[in-house]
Design a protein around this ligand. Structure first.
Ligand code: C2O
Ligand code: CU
Ligand code: CU
Length: 527
Protein backbone atom coordinates (compact mmCIF):
# COMPACT_ATOMS: atom_id res chain seq x y z
CA UNK A 1 0.00 0.00 0.00
CA UNK A 2 2.91 2.31 -0.52
CA UNK A 3 1.97 3.48 -4.02
CA UNK A 4 1.04 7.14 -4.21
CA UNK A 5 -2.51 7.60 -5.39
CA UNK A 6 -2.25 8.69 -9.01
CA UNK A 7 -4.83 11.39 -8.88
CA UNK A 8 -4.25 12.80 -5.48
CA UNK A 9 -5.26 16.40 -5.55
CA UNK A 10 -7.52 16.02 -8.54
CA UNK A 11 -10.32 17.59 -6.60
CA UNK A 12 -8.37 20.70 -5.86
CA UNK A 13 -8.58 20.20 -2.12
CA UNK A 14 -6.05 17.44 -1.58
CA UNK A 15 -4.92 17.09 1.97
CA UNK A 16 -1.61 18.78 1.23
CA UNK A 17 -3.43 21.63 -0.41
CA UNK A 18 -5.62 21.99 2.63
CA UNK A 19 -2.65 21.90 4.96
CA UNK A 20 -0.80 24.51 3.00
CA UNK A 21 -3.89 26.68 2.89
CA UNK A 22 -4.37 26.26 6.61
CA UNK A 23 -0.83 27.35 7.33
CA UNK A 24 -1.20 30.42 5.14
CA UNK A 25 -4.41 31.40 6.84
CA UNK A 26 -2.83 30.90 10.20
CA UNK A 27 0.15 33.03 9.29
CA UNK A 28 -2.15 35.80 8.17
CA UNK A 29 -3.95 35.56 11.49
CA UNK A 30 -7.34 35.23 9.87
CA UNK A 31 -9.78 33.50 12.16
CA UNK A 32 -13.46 32.96 12.06
CA UNK A 33 -15.84 33.50 9.18
CA UNK A 34 -19.04 35.47 8.87
CA UNK A 35 -21.07 32.26 8.91
CA UNK A 36 -19.95 31.72 12.50
CA UNK A 37 -22.36 34.32 13.70
CA UNK A 38 -25.28 32.31 12.34
CA UNK A 39 -24.45 29.35 14.59
CA UNK A 40 -23.97 31.44 17.73
CA UNK A 41 -26.91 31.27 20.02
CA UNK A 42 -28.17 27.97 18.58
CA UNK A 43 -28.59 24.97 20.85
CA UNK A 44 -26.60 22.79 18.44
CA UNK A 45 -23.90 24.00 16.08
CA UNK A 46 -25.16 23.00 12.67
CA UNK A 47 -27.84 23.57 10.08
CA UNK A 48 -31.04 21.63 9.62
CA UNK A 49 -31.26 19.68 6.38
CA UNK A 50 -34.96 19.15 5.67
CA UNK A 51 -36.44 15.82 4.55
CA UNK A 52 -38.32 15.62 1.23
CA UNK A 53 -40.75 12.97 2.45
CA UNK A 54 -43.68 13.84 4.68
CA UNK A 55 -42.59 13.39 8.28
CA UNK A 56 -44.13 10.24 9.77
CA UNK A 57 -46.62 10.42 12.63
CA UNK A 58 -44.79 10.28 15.94
CA UNK A 59 -45.20 7.19 18.13
CA UNK A 60 -46.73 5.20 15.27
CA UNK A 61 -44.70 2.02 15.62
CA UNK A 62 -42.83 0.01 18.22
CA UNK A 63 -39.27 0.51 19.37
CA UNK A 64 -36.91 -2.26 18.40
CA UNK A 65 -33.87 -3.34 20.38
CA UNK A 66 -30.63 -3.91 18.45
CA UNK A 67 -29.82 -7.63 18.29
CA UNK A 68 -27.17 -8.90 20.69
CA UNK A 69 -24.27 -10.41 18.78
CA UNK A 70 -23.47 -14.02 19.66
CA UNK A 71 -19.81 -15.01 19.73
CA UNK A 72 -18.73 -17.38 16.97
CA UNK A 73 -16.52 -19.09 19.54
CA UNK A 74 -15.34 -18.64 23.08
CA UNK A 75 -12.31 -19.83 24.93
CA UNK A 76 -11.36 -19.70 28.61
CA UNK A 77 -10.74 -15.96 28.56
CA UNK A 78 -11.80 -14.64 25.18
CA UNK A 79 -14.88 -14.29 23.01
CA UNK A 80 -14.59 -14.09 19.23
CA UNK A 81 -17.14 -12.20 17.18
CA UNK A 82 -17.54 -11.66 13.46
CA UNK A 83 -19.16 -8.76 11.69
CA UNK A 84 -19.61 -8.19 7.98
CA UNK A 85 -19.86 -4.56 6.98
CA UNK A 86 -22.36 -4.54 4.18
CA UNK A 87 -24.88 -2.50 2.28
CA UNK A 88 -28.36 -3.37 3.42
CA UNK A 89 -31.88 -1.98 3.53
CA UNK A 90 -33.77 -0.90 6.60
CA UNK A 91 -37.16 0.54 7.37
CA UNK A 92 -36.11 3.61 9.32
CA UNK A 93 -39.34 5.44 8.58
CA UNK A 94 -42.60 3.46 8.16
CA UNK A 95 -43.22 2.46 4.56
CA UNK A 96 -39.79 3.41 3.21
CA UNK A 97 -36.87 1.05 2.62
CA UNK A 98 -33.65 3.00 2.90
CA UNK A 99 -30.25 1.85 1.79
CA UNK A 100 -27.95 1.75 4.80
CA UNK A 101 -24.39 0.75 5.58
CA UNK A 102 -24.37 -1.74 8.38
CA UNK A 103 -22.42 -3.88 10.74
CA UNK A 104 -24.02 -7.26 10.12
CA UNK A 105 -27.17 -5.99 8.40
CA UNK A 106 -28.79 -3.93 11.17
CA UNK A 107 -29.09 -0.18 11.86
CA UNK A 108 -27.71 0.42 14.45
CA UNK A 109 -25.31 -2.51 14.48
CA UNK A 110 -25.70 -5.42 16.87
CA UNK A 111 -24.79 -4.93 20.52
CA UNK A 112 -21.64 -6.63 21.72
CA UNK A 113 -21.80 -7.62 25.38
CA UNK A 114 -18.61 -8.37 27.22
CA UNK A 115 -17.26 -8.82 30.70
CA UNK A 116 -14.27 -7.08 32.22
CA UNK A 117 -11.16 -9.24 31.96
CA UNK A 118 -12.50 -11.34 29.07
CA UNK A 119 -10.82 -10.36 25.87
CA UNK A 120 -13.03 -9.57 22.90
CA UNK A 121 -11.84 -10.21 19.35
CA UNK A 122 -13.95 -8.90 16.50
CA UNK A 123 -13.19 -9.91 12.94
CA UNK A 124 -14.55 -7.25 10.62
CA UNK A 125 -15.00 -8.09 6.96
CA UNK A 126 -15.45 -5.07 4.70
CA UNK A 127 -17.97 -5.62 1.90
CA UNK A 128 -18.73 -1.91 1.57
CA UNK A 129 -17.60 0.07 -1.48
CA UNK A 130 -15.14 2.19 0.55
CA UNK A 131 -12.39 1.63 3.12
CA UNK A 132 -13.39 1.52 6.77
CA UNK A 133 -11.78 1.79 10.20
CA UNK A 134 -13.52 0.60 13.35
CA UNK A 135 -13.09 2.44 16.62
CA UNK A 136 -14.35 1.24 19.99
CA UNK A 137 -15.38 4.56 21.53
CA UNK A 138 -14.43 4.62 25.20
CA UNK A 139 -12.32 1.49 24.91
CA UNK A 140 -8.89 1.21 26.50
CA UNK A 141 -7.38 -0.36 23.44
CA UNK A 142 -3.81 -0.84 22.15
CA UNK A 143 -3.11 1.68 19.37
CA UNK A 144 -3.01 -0.87 16.57
CA UNK A 145 -6.58 -1.92 17.42
CA UNK A 146 -8.01 1.52 18.14
CA UNK A 147 -9.23 2.24 14.62
CA UNK A 148 -6.74 5.01 13.92
CA UNK A 149 -8.20 7.05 11.03
CA UNK A 150 -5.66 5.80 8.48
CA UNK A 151 -5.55 2.17 9.69
CA UNK A 152 -8.01 0.99 7.10
CA UNK A 153 -9.68 -2.17 5.95
CA UNK A 154 -9.83 -1.74 2.19
CA UNK A 155 -12.62 -3.35 0.20
CA UNK A 156 -11.70 -6.71 -1.24
CA UNK A 157 -12.13 -5.73 -4.85
CA UNK A 158 -9.23 -3.67 -6.20
CA UNK A 159 -9.42 -0.28 -4.59
CA UNK A 160 -8.05 1.75 -7.48
CA UNK A 161 -9.33 5.08 -6.50
CA UNK A 162 -7.46 5.76 -3.32
CA UNK A 163 -8.52 8.99 -1.75
CA UNK A 164 -6.56 11.22 0.56
CA UNK A 165 -4.80 9.55 3.43
CA UNK A 166 -5.45 6.06 2.17
CA UNK A 167 -1.87 5.09 1.71
CA UNK A 168 0.02 5.85 4.87
CA UNK A 169 -1.61 3.90 7.68
CA UNK A 170 -1.57 0.25 8.65
CA UNK A 171 -3.83 -1.05 5.92
CA UNK A 172 -5.37 -4.49 5.47
CA UNK A 173 -7.47 -5.80 2.61
CA UNK A 174 -10.87 -7.39 3.16
CA UNK A 175 -10.70 -8.26 6.84
CA UNK A 176 -9.09 -7.22 10.07
CA UNK A 177 -9.23 -8.59 13.61
CA UNK A 178 -9.64 -6.01 16.34
CA UNK A 179 -8.54 -7.13 19.79
CA UNK A 180 -10.06 -5.49 22.84
CA UNK A 181 -8.46 -6.40 26.18
CA UNK A 182 -11.59 -5.15 27.97
CA UNK A 183 -9.67 -4.53 31.15
CA UNK A 184 -11.84 -1.59 32.15
CA UNK A 185 -14.86 -0.72 34.26
CA UNK A 186 -18.36 -1.70 33.24
CA UNK A 187 -19.57 0.94 30.80
CA UNK A 188 -21.78 1.71 27.84
CA UNK A 189 -19.28 1.92 24.99
CA UNK A 190 -20.04 2.09 21.31
CA UNK A 191 -18.23 1.24 18.12
CA UNK A 192 -18.37 3.22 14.93
CA UNK A 193 -16.57 4.00 11.72
CA UNK A 194 -13.52 6.26 11.99
CA UNK A 195 -12.05 6.58 8.49
CA UNK A 196 -10.15 9.81 7.99
CA UNK A 197 -12.25 12.50 6.29
CA UNK A 198 -15.38 10.36 5.91
CA UNK A 199 -16.52 9.36 9.38
CA UNK A 200 -19.60 11.58 9.38
CA UNK A 201 -21.33 10.18 6.26
CA UNK A 202 -20.40 6.59 7.20
CA UNK A 203 -21.96 6.92 10.66
CA UNK A 204 -24.93 8.73 9.10
CA UNK A 205 -25.46 5.72 6.82
CA UNK A 206 -25.49 3.40 9.83
CA UNK A 207 -22.00 2.36 10.93
CA UNK A 208 -22.49 2.49 14.70
CA UNK A 209 -23.40 0.00 17.42
CA UNK A 210 -23.21 -0.51 21.16
CA UNK A 211 -20.57 -2.41 23.10
CA UNK A 212 -21.59 -2.97 26.71
CA UNK A 213 -18.95 -3.97 29.22
CA UNK A 214 -20.05 -5.38 32.55
CA UNK A 215 -18.07 -6.31 35.65
CA UNK A 216 -18.51 -7.84 39.10
CA UNK A 217 -19.21 -4.51 40.72
CA UNK A 218 -22.07 -3.79 38.37
CA UNK A 219 -23.49 -7.31 38.62
CA UNK A 220 -23.47 -7.11 42.42
CA UNK A 221 -26.04 -4.31 42.20
CA UNK A 222 -29.62 -5.33 41.69
CA UNK A 223 -30.14 -3.10 38.65
CA UNK A 224 -33.03 -3.67 36.25
CA UNK A 225 -31.99 -6.23 33.65
CA UNK A 226 -33.38 -8.30 30.80
CA UNK A 227 -36.08 -6.37 28.98
CA UNK A 228 -35.92 -3.69 31.67
CA UNK A 229 -32.38 -2.73 30.61
CA UNK A 230 -33.01 -0.83 27.40
CA UNK A 231 -30.42 0.75 25.14
CA UNK A 232 -31.62 3.89 23.35
CA UNK A 233 -29.40 4.98 20.47
CA UNK A 234 -30.69 8.39 19.41
CA UNK A 235 -29.82 9.96 16.05
CA UNK A 236 -31.29 12.56 13.72
CA UNK A 237 -31.45 11.86 9.99
CA UNK A 238 -32.79 13.37 6.78
CA UNK A 239 -34.56 11.54 3.93
CA UNK A 240 -34.78 12.45 0.26
CA UNK A 241 -37.95 12.24 -1.82
CA UNK A 242 -37.40 8.49 -2.37
CA UNK A 243 -37.02 7.81 1.32
CA UNK A 244 -33.26 7.40 1.10
CA UNK A 245 -30.85 8.79 3.66
CA UNK A 246 -29.76 12.19 2.47
CA UNK A 247 -26.39 13.71 3.39
CA UNK A 248 -24.83 16.79 1.76
CA UNK A 249 -21.41 15.33 0.93
CA UNK A 250 -19.19 17.33 -1.40
CA UNK A 251 -18.19 13.97 -2.85
CA UNK A 252 -21.09 11.48 -2.69
CA UNK A 253 -18.76 8.59 -3.58
CA UNK A 254 -17.02 9.25 -0.26
CA UNK A 255 -13.63 8.66 -1.77
CA UNK A 256 -11.84 11.92 -2.53
CA UNK A 257 -13.13 15.17 -1.21
CA UNK A 258 -14.05 15.35 2.45
CA UNK A 259 -16.65 17.68 3.86
CA UNK A 260 -20.14 18.89 3.15
CA UNK A 261 -21.66 21.57 0.98
CA UNK A 262 -22.38 24.99 2.46
CA UNK A 263 -24.21 25.85 4.66
CA UNK A 264 -23.84 22.54 6.53
CA UNK A 265 -20.16 22.86 7.55
CA UNK A 266 -21.18 23.63 11.10
CA UNK A 267 -22.87 20.25 11.39
CA UNK A 268 -25.62 18.33 9.63
CA UNK A 269 -28.85 18.30 11.63
CA UNK A 270 -31.58 15.91 10.50
CA UNK A 271 -35.27 16.55 10.99
CA UNK A 272 -36.27 12.94 11.72
CA UNK A 273 -35.38 11.51 15.12
CA UNK A 274 -34.60 7.78 15.14
CA UNK A 275 -34.30 5.68 18.25
CA UNK A 276 -32.58 2.33 17.67
CA UNK A 277 -33.09 2.89 13.95
CA UNK A 278 -36.82 3.75 13.94
CA UNK A 279 -38.46 7.15 13.69
CA UNK A 280 -40.26 8.34 16.84
CA UNK A 281 -41.10 4.90 18.21
CA UNK A 282 -43.19 3.93 21.22
CA UNK A 283 -42.38 1.25 23.73
CA UNK A 284 -44.64 -0.64 26.11
CA UNK A 285 -43.52 -0.86 29.71
CA UNK A 286 -44.83 -2.26 32.97
CA UNK A 287 -45.27 -0.38 36.22
CA UNK A 288 -41.64 -1.10 37.08
CA UNK A 289 -38.20 0.45 37.38
CA UNK A 290 -36.28 0.59 34.10
CA UNK A 291 -32.65 1.13 33.21
CA UNK A 292 -32.14 3.18 30.06
CA UNK A 293 -28.72 3.51 28.47
CA UNK A 294 -28.96 6.56 26.32
CA UNK A 295 -26.39 7.22 23.59
CA UNK A 296 -26.47 10.35 21.48
CA UNK A 297 -25.03 8.94 18.24
CA UNK A 298 -26.06 11.98 16.21
CA UNK A 299 -23.49 13.71 14.03
CA UNK A 300 -24.06 17.17 15.50
CA UNK A 301 -27.38 17.46 17.30
CA UNK A 302 -27.58 18.07 21.05
CA UNK A 303 -30.63 17.01 23.03
CA UNK A 304 -32.20 18.07 26.28
CA UNK A 305 -34.44 15.21 27.31
CA UNK A 306 -37.38 15.16 29.71
CA UNK A 307 -39.78 12.36 30.57
CA UNK A 308 -43.12 14.10 30.29
CA UNK A 309 -46.15 12.24 31.59
CA UNK A 310 -49.15 13.13 29.43
CA UNK A 311 -51.47 15.06 31.72
CA UNK A 312 -49.07 14.76 34.65
CA UNK A 313 -45.74 15.89 35.98
CA UNK A 314 -42.37 14.86 34.59
CA UNK A 315 -40.72 11.70 35.85
CA UNK A 316 -37.45 12.24 37.69
CA UNK A 317 -34.36 10.86 35.97
CA UNK A 318 -31.91 9.03 38.22
CA UNK A 319 -28.49 9.03 36.66
CA UNK A 320 -26.43 5.99 37.66
CA UNK A 321 -23.69 6.12 35.06
CA UNK A 322 -21.82 8.37 32.67
CA UNK A 323 -19.72 7.69 29.55
CA UNK A 324 -17.41 5.48 31.56
CA UNK A 325 -19.62 3.59 33.91
CA UNK A 326 -21.19 3.84 37.31
CA UNK A 327 -21.18 7.00 39.37
CA UNK A 328 -20.21 6.70 43.04
CA UNK A 329 -23.87 7.35 43.91
CA UNK A 330 -27.01 8.20 41.95
CA UNK A 331 -27.75 11.78 40.89
CA UNK A 332 -31.27 13.11 40.33
CA UNK A 333 -32.09 15.19 37.28
CA UNK A 334 -35.24 16.68 35.84
CA UNK A 335 -33.67 16.65 32.39
CA UNK A 336 -30.55 15.39 30.65
CA UNK A 337 -28.44 17.32 28.19
CA UNK A 338 -26.43 15.17 25.79
CA UNK A 339 -23.95 16.15 23.12
CA UNK A 340 -22.78 13.84 20.35
CA UNK A 341 -21.17 10.63 21.65
CA UNK A 342 -22.15 11.14 25.28
CA UNK A 343 -23.84 8.32 27.17
CA UNK A 344 -26.11 8.53 30.17
CA UNK A 345 -27.10 5.46 32.13
CA UNK A 346 -30.31 6.25 33.98
CA UNK A 347 -33.14 4.70 35.98
CA UNK A 348 -36.69 5.78 35.25
CA UNK A 349 -39.46 4.67 37.55
CA UNK A 350 -42.86 3.91 36.02
CA UNK A 351 -44.23 2.38 39.25
CA UNK A 352 -46.32 5.35 40.34
CA UNK A 353 -48.14 5.50 37.04
CA UNK A 354 -51.36 3.74 36.21
CA UNK A 355 -51.84 1.41 33.27
CA UNK A 356 -52.78 3.56 30.31
CA UNK A 357 -50.32 6.34 31.17
CA UNK A 358 -48.11 7.64 28.43
CA UNK A 359 -44.71 9.20 28.92
CA UNK A 360 -43.22 11.25 26.12
CA UNK A 361 -39.49 11.66 25.87
CA UNK A 362 -39.29 15.30 24.88
CA UNK A 363 -36.27 17.18 23.51
CA UNK A 364 -36.44 20.78 24.68
CA UNK A 365 -33.66 21.78 22.28
CA UNK A 366 -35.65 20.65 19.25
CA UNK A 367 -37.97 22.56 16.94
CA UNK A 368 -41.21 21.26 15.53
CA UNK A 369 -41.17 17.50 15.46
CA UNK A 370 -37.55 17.24 16.64
CA UNK A 371 -38.97 18.27 20.01
CA UNK A 372 -40.20 14.68 20.24
CA UNK A 373 -38.05 11.58 20.63
CA UNK A 374 -40.17 8.58 21.63
CA UNK A 375 -42.98 7.53 23.96
CA UNK A 376 -43.31 4.96 26.71
CA UNK A 377 -46.79 3.48 27.12
CA UNK A 378 -47.53 1.89 30.48
CA UNK A 379 -49.47 -1.23 29.53
CA UNK A 380 -48.72 -3.82 32.19
CA UNK A 381 -49.28 -3.78 35.91
CA UNK A 382 -46.69 -5.62 37.92
CA UNK A 383 -45.01 -5.60 41.31
CA UNK A 384 -41.40 -4.53 41.34
CA UNK A 385 -39.65 -4.19 44.70
CA UNK A 386 -36.33 -3.05 43.37
CA UNK A 387 -34.89 0.03 44.95
CA UNK A 388 -32.33 2.44 43.63
CA UNK A 389 -29.05 1.60 45.39
CA UNK A 390 -27.63 4.46 47.53
CA UNK A 391 -24.09 3.47 46.62
CA UNK A 392 -23.30 2.39 43.11
CA UNK A 393 -19.56 2.13 42.86
CA UNK A 394 -17.62 1.84 46.13
CA UNK A 395 -14.44 1.43 44.07
CA UNK A 396 -14.96 4.75 42.26
CA UNK A 397 -11.65 6.57 42.16
CA UNK A 398 -11.61 10.34 42.27
CA UNK A 399 -8.65 11.81 40.43
CA UNK A 400 -6.73 14.44 42.37
CA UNK A 401 -5.79 17.71 40.79
CA UNK A 402 -2.55 17.65 42.81
CA UNK A 403 -1.47 14.54 40.91
CA UNK A 404 -1.48 16.32 37.57
CA UNK A 405 2.00 16.68 36.13
CA UNK A 406 1.22 18.96 33.19
CA UNK A 407 -1.33 21.55 32.15
CA UNK A 408 -2.08 21.78 28.44
CA UNK A 409 -4.29 24.16 26.59
CA UNK A 410 -6.33 22.89 23.63
CA UNK A 411 -8.29 25.36 21.58
CA UNK A 412 -11.12 24.18 19.31
CA UNK A 413 -12.10 26.76 16.80
CA UNK A 414 -13.40 27.53 13.35
CA UNK A 415 -10.93 28.62 10.71
CA UNK A 416 -10.89 28.93 6.95
CA UNK A 417 -8.71 26.27 5.39
CA UNK A 418 -7.91 27.31 1.86
CA UNK A 419 -11.24 28.36 0.42
CA UNK A 420 -13.17 25.93 2.62
CA UNK A 421 -14.64 26.28 6.02
CA UNK A 422 -12.58 24.24 8.44
CA UNK A 423 -12.20 23.38 12.08
CA UNK A 424 -8.86 23.25 13.84
CA UNK A 425 -7.22 22.26 17.11
CA UNK A 426 -4.67 24.74 18.42
CA UNK A 427 -4.63 26.28 14.96
CA UNK A 428 -3.77 22.99 13.25
CA UNK A 429 -5.94 20.99 10.87
CA UNK A 430 -5.62 17.22 11.43
CA UNK A 431 -2.60 15.53 10.02
CA UNK A 432 -1.47 12.03 10.99
CA UNK A 433 2.06 13.44 11.16
CA UNK A 434 1.54 16.21 13.71
CA UNK A 435 1.46 15.45 17.42
CA UNK A 436 0.07 17.91 19.94
CA UNK A 437 1.38 16.17 23.07
CA UNK A 438 3.86 13.55 24.27
CA UNK A 439 2.44 12.09 27.46
CA UNK A 440 4.15 9.62 29.77
CA UNK A 441 2.12 6.42 30.25
CA UNK A 442 0.17 6.45 33.49
CA UNK A 443 0.34 10.19 34.01
CA UNK A 444 -2.49 12.51 34.91
CA UNK A 445 -2.79 15.86 33.16
CA UNK A 446 -4.98 18.90 33.27
CA UNK A 447 -6.30 19.86 29.85
CA UNK A 448 -7.90 23.26 29.44
CA UNK A 449 -10.31 23.02 26.54
CA UNK A 450 -11.53 26.20 24.89
CA UNK A 451 -14.29 26.34 22.30
CA UNK A 452 -15.69 28.99 19.96
CA UNK A 453 -18.94 27.07 19.27
CA UNK A 454 -20.29 23.71 20.48
CA UNK A 455 -17.49 21.19 20.36
CA UNK A 456 -18.09 17.84 22.07
CA UNK A 457 -14.44 16.96 22.67
CA UNK A 458 -13.52 13.28 22.92
CA UNK A 459 -10.24 11.68 23.91
CA UNK A 460 -9.35 8.20 22.77
CA UNK A 461 -7.76 5.89 25.37
CA UNK A 462 -7.80 8.33 28.27
CA UNK A 463 -10.76 8.78 30.57
CA UNK A 464 -11.23 11.97 32.49
CA UNK A 465 -13.08 13.82 35.21
CA UNK A 466 -14.30 17.36 34.75
CA UNK A 467 -12.76 19.90 37.13
CA UNK A 468 -14.90 22.80 36.09
CA UNK A 469 -16.33 25.07 33.44
CA UNK A 470 -15.45 28.73 33.26
CA UNK A 471 -14.84 29.86 36.80
CA UNK A 472 -17.29 27.36 38.25
CA UNK A 473 -17.27 23.67 39.07
CA UNK A 474 -18.39 20.81 36.86
CA UNK A 475 -21.77 21.11 35.16
CA UNK A 476 -24.80 19.02 36.08
CA UNK A 477 -24.00 16.45 33.38
CA UNK A 478 -20.24 16.28 33.90
CA UNK A 479 -20.19 13.80 36.78
CA UNK A 480 -18.31 10.54 36.84
CA UNK A 481 -15.72 9.23 34.44
CA UNK A 482 -16.11 10.75 31.01
CA UNK A 483 -14.57 10.36 27.58
CA UNK A 484 -16.50 13.16 25.89
CA UNK A 485 -17.34 16.63 27.18
CA UNK A 486 -20.05 18.92 25.83
CA UNK A 487 -18.15 22.20 25.35
CA UNK A 488 -20.47 25.10 24.65
CA UNK A 489 -19.83 28.32 22.72
CA UNK A 490 -17.11 30.56 24.15
CA UNK A 491 -16.60 28.14 26.99
CA UNK A 492 -13.45 26.93 28.69
CA UNK A 493 -13.49 23.70 30.66
CA UNK A 494 -10.77 22.03 32.69
CA UNK A 495 -10.52 18.27 32.75
CA UNK A 496 -8.26 15.87 34.63
CA UNK A 497 -7.31 13.02 32.32
CA UNK A 498 -5.36 9.90 33.11
CA UNK A 499 -3.39 8.35 30.28
CA UNK A 500 -3.47 4.73 31.38
CA UNK A 501 -3.36 1.71 29.20
CA UNK A 502 -0.96 1.58 26.30
CA UNK A 503 1.84 3.49 24.65
CA UNK A 504 1.40 4.76 21.14
CA UNK A 505 -0.32 7.32 18.99
CA UNK A 506 -3.96 8.15 19.63
CA UNK A 507 -6.33 10.87 18.50
CA UNK A 508 -8.55 13.31 20.29
CA UNK A 509 -11.13 15.24 18.39
CA UNK A 510 -14.41 17.03 18.24
CA UNK A 511 -17.26 14.50 18.05
CA UNK A 512 -19.39 16.80 15.96
CA UNK A 513 -18.62 14.46 13.07
CA UNK A 514 -18.67 17.20 10.45
CA UNK A 515 -16.05 19.07 12.46
CA UNK A 516 -14.04 15.88 12.83
CA UNK A 517 -14.06 15.23 9.08
CA UNK A 518 -13.23 18.86 8.44
CA UNK A 519 -10.09 18.38 10.50
CA UNK A 520 -10.87 19.13 14.12
CA UNK A 521 -8.77 16.19 15.26
CA UNK A 522 -5.23 15.86 16.58
CA UNK A 523 -2.78 13.28 17.87
CA UNK A 524 -1.25 12.63 21.24
CA UNK A 525 1.53 10.14 21.79
CA UNK A 526 1.64 8.10 24.97
CA UNK A 527 5.32 7.43 25.65
CU1 C2O B 1 -16.49 8.11 18.92
CU2 C2O B 1 -12.76 9.06 17.81
O1 C2O B 1 -14.61 8.56 18.33
CU1 CU C 1 -13.14 7.16 20.93
CU1 CU D 1 -16.61 20.79 16.95
Amino acid sequence: MSATPPERGRCGVSRRGLLAGGAAVLAAGVVGTPVLAGWRGQSSTGTVLASRIPLPEPFGWPLTIPPVLAPVRSSANADHFELVQQVSRAELVPGWRSEVWTYGGSFPGPTIRSRRGRQVLVTHRNELPVPVAVHLHGGVTPPEHDGYPTDLILPDEPWEDRGPGHHDGDVTVGTRVYEYPNDQRAATLWYHDHRMDFTAPAVWKGLAGLHLVTDDEESSLDLPDGDRDIPLVIVDRTFDARGQLFYPSLDPTLTHTPGVTPPYEGGVLGDVILVNGRSWPRHEVDTALYRLRILNASNARRYQLRFEVEGGTDLPIVQIGSDQGLLPAPIMHDHLTLASAERFDVLVDFRDLTVGSRVRVVNDLGDGQTRLVMRFDVTGSTRDDRSVPDTLSPSFERLREADATTVRSMVFRSQSIGDQHGWVTNGEPFSPDVTQAHIPLGSTEIWELTADLHHPVHLHLAHFQVLGRGTGGPGAFDHGWKDTIDLRPAERARILARFDGYRGRYVFHCHNLEHEDMMMMANFDVI
